[in-house]
Unconditional design. Structure first.
Length: 521
């Protein structure tokens, strides 16, 4: 999985959506900084790992993570916690690194998340169906709120066997009700709890309403017994020598206490409405559980690898403040779309994104691929890569296509596409002819040419000569459209039927708070 660096693997294969690390000059510099400038423990550990692991992709990843984990530990509040999500490939190395940085006493849990069902593609090993969450605290002052999940069906079938009607009468559930788990409207389901004292208690040995006390006495005092009776929480036996039991209503129970093996949160499947198309997207429920467990409303949640923004979306939903960090403009764009869709009234700041045309030109000079992904976000285009999520954002040969916008403009389920090409310089009329050729070859409806430079007159003529795309509803759209980055930054839009979207749009959720300004300019 992590290859030795031979220099043969082309940098053009680094992908925007996938974490790919290389032992290069940056990794080597970070390694030497850790050895020379970190604590003695971290310095010794990273040297030892270098000797064992070697100069390869795994070591590059561990060096990158160590540098960031040191800083995350530094900024974490005494009440804070860190959850590191990883797969089994590197979890054992990361555990040692975290023990060194946080100290073993602050290790809380190694949580196993069953993210998928078993499958039969593993021929010589058990199928890999779990990921790992390494949970550490900054100190013993950490915030931790116990979490609960719904009772399993077996618990309901075996324990919650009684019903109470709206008028207060009780009865045992029928076999059909137990099998179907269908409860009559207005009825409350409950189980019965033994009220026997675990140890002999002479002061709690009393007869209540003619019913004898257990051999070791009651669990409750006579005063408490009367209070439970007044509240209707006692179930009296039909026989005089029977035992009084306490009612525990299902709708008042918190559920099962969540442990360190999580099997109740499914991976995102293709049919789920929550799925946005981002390959490493985590379920919202997973991040909600973590945030609920280790923070309170108003606390700050930091996700330094925020990808498609699940953690910050969960934080916003739960009334926390948040900061999200990512290094690709593609990811930042997706987060903006997601937040705007889920929380229409949200306010947030984006740091590091081009604010004007001069910033855009500088980004193009610094990194043309980041510029390309940022420019695609201006028209909400999906980066090239086809339908396979792992191919999103691929650098390298693109056959004249940098991005795709999908739309539907008839009654069929078949989508149509807008081809998007981005150029950061040296544009010419031949580029438009090439775009027309790509449009015809790929059988797409509309082509959009996004350019940093102003288009020449011959380019505009070539675009006009391409004609129009006519929708089934009779509306005409220019088949080739030239849009400058400056125009797009001022709000100019692609002329096309209503799009399906770059990625599937997130559903609106109730806004519990707005994002305050956390960082000064």
């Amino acid at each position: 999985m992590f290859k030795n660096e031979s220099g043969k693997e082309a940098e053009s294969q680094i992908q925007a959506f996938e974490d790919t690390w290389h032992w290069d000059a940056v990794a080597a510099t970070t390694y030497h900084n850790l050895v020379n400038d970190s604590s003695p423990a971290v310095s010794k550990l990273i040297e030892a790992l270098r000797q064992i692991v070697g100069a390869n992709q795994m070591m590059a990843y561990l060096v990158m993570m160590t540098a960031r984990l040191v800083e995350l530990h530094r900024v974490l509040k005494p009440t804070g916690s860190l959850y590191l999500h990883c797969d089994p490939t590197a979890s054992h190395y990361l555990k040692i690194i975290l023990d060194t940085i946080f100290e073993p006493i602050n290790f809380c849990n190694h949580i196993v998340w069953q993210r998928s069902d078993t499958h039969n593609d593993a021929k010589k090993q058990f199928p890999a169906i779990s990921d790992h969450l390494l949970f550490y605290r900054k100190s013993d002052k950490q915030i931790f709120n116990k979490q609960h999940s719904a009772y399993p069906e077996d618990t309901l079938r075996e324990w919650y066997l009684y019903l109470e009607s709206p008028d207060g009468t009780t009865r045992r559930m029928t076999k059909q009700e137990i099998d179907s788990q269908q409860i009559p409207s207005g009825f409350r389901r409950f189980n019965t709890d033994n009220m026997t004292s675990p140890n002999p208690r002479p002061n709690l040995m009393y007869v209540y309403k003619g019913y004898p006390y257990p051999p070791k006495g009651w669990r409750y005092s006579l005063e408490t017994m009367k209070e439970l009776d007044e509240k209707g929480l006692l179930l009296f036996p039909s026989k005089p020598d029977g035992r009084i039991m306490r009612k525990r209503y299902l709708d008042e129970q918190q559920g099962v206490t969540v442990g360190d093996v999580w099997t109740d949160i499914s991976q995102l499947r293709a049919t789920m409405s929550e799925r946005l198309g981002y390959p490493t997207q985590k379920p919202l429920a997973l991040l909600e559980r973590i945030i609920l467990a280790s923070s309170n409303p108003g606390d700050i949640v930091l996700d330094p690898f925020c990808g498609c923004g699940t953690a910050i979306a969960a934080a916003e939903k739960l009334g926390r403040k948040w900061i999200g960090i990512d290094i690709t403009y593609l990811s930042i764009a997706l987060q903006k779309y997601r937040l705007a869709a889920m929380f229409p009234n949200i306010k947030f700041d984006v740091k590091g994104e081009p604010k004007d045309f001069a910033d855009a030109k500088q980004l193009a000079l610094n990194d043309r691929y980041q510029f390309q992904w940022w420019a695609l976000s201006l028209v909400r285009a999906r980066p090239l890569g086809g339908d396979g999520a792992s191919k999103e954002g691929k650098k390298g040969s693109d056959k004249g296509i940098d991005g795709i916008i999908t739309f539907f403009d008839d009654n069929s389920d078949k989508s149509k596409k807008v081809l998007v090409q981005v150029k950061s310089g040296n544009v010419k009329s031949g580029d438009i002819r090439d775009l027309v050729g790509a449009l015809q070859r790929e059988k797409m409806a509309i082509g959009v040419f996004v350019t940093l430079e102003e288009a020449s007159k011959p380019m505009k003529v070539e675009a006009l000569d391409a004609g129009y795309y006519t929708s089934p509803y009779g509306e005409n759209y220019p088949k080739i459209q030239i849009l400058t980055v400056e125009e797009l930054m001022k709000g100019v839009k692609v002329k096309m039927p209503p799009p399906y979207g770059t990625f599937k749009q997130a559903k609106v959720v109730p806004t519990q708070t707005f994002q305050p300004k956390l960082i000064d300019d």
